[in-house]
Write a protein that binds this ligand. Structure first.
Ligand SMILES: [Zn+2]
Length: 211
């Protein structure tokens, strides 16, 4: 077997947490979907993109399997926890997340000698168009956002979002779908659909790494 060289370390952050479950619809919370989508993306990268090392990141209260959405934690090799205080102060929480990201990025830069990017996954695209919608907050993230969106999805600059503006690496938020749409919710409850979606996003991350 030829050893593969890591070209890119991809941090996949499941948006929301136990402290902040996000949107709820149909009896599910957005946090359940962000966890499921993040794991699907990690698995797709592990399976199909040997030059990209995925690292699952979660925050307080968001580390458990999501069996209701058909996901268990197995198969994920690298899982790191971004510790955040259970504080209602959003800025304090985001700053703690940014500090954690700096530490984790330094660690992987040192061990892998590869660039790092961050993809935070959400499932409430109500403020944007239906379907995949990519947000970025700084110029260094523009190329990553464009690659992940592909030709058909909308890319939006959101420099009001502190994490995106101040992230110490190219960082985007993916609004994968709008869970308040019953039709979209039903579609994304299907594991096969999520796997196909994750495979496509993984391919686009590879396009970014090899561009
Ligand atoms: Zn969200």
């Amino acid at each position: 077997m030829v050893p593969t060289k890591t070209r890119l370390v991809c941090f996949v952050l499941a948006g929301h947490s136990g402290i902040d479950p996000g949107t709820s619809a149909g009896g599910y919370t957005e946090a359940e979907f962000t966890y499921a989508l993040a794991l699907d993306l990690v698995r797709a990268l592990e399976r199909h993109q040997p030059h990209i090392e995925p690292v699952l990141l979660t925050t307080a209260g968001h580390a458990g399997p999501t069996s209701r959405v058909g996901v268990l934690k197995k198969h994920c090799k690298n899982h790191r926890f971004l510790e955040m205080p259970a504080s209602p102060d959003n800025i304090a929480r985001i700053d703690q997340k940014l500090d954690g990201l700096r530490v984790i990025k330094a660690l992987y830069r040192q061990t892998h000698k590869a660039d790092c990017v961050l993809i935070e996954v959400h499932a409430d695209a109500r403020k944007g168009p239906d379907g995949l919608h990519v947000l970025y907050g700084a110029q260094r993230s523009e190329a990553l956002a464009g690659c992940i969106a592909g030709g058909h999805s909308k890319v939006t600059l959101r420099d009001d979002l502190r994490l995106l503006r101040l992230a110490p690496l190219p960082a985007v938020i993916i609004e994968a779908f709008n869970m308040t749409s019953p039709k979209a919710l039903k579609t994304f409850l299907r594991k096969s659909h999520r796997a196909a979606f994750a495979k496509q996003v993984a391919q686009r991350i590879c396009d970014f790494a090899t561009r």
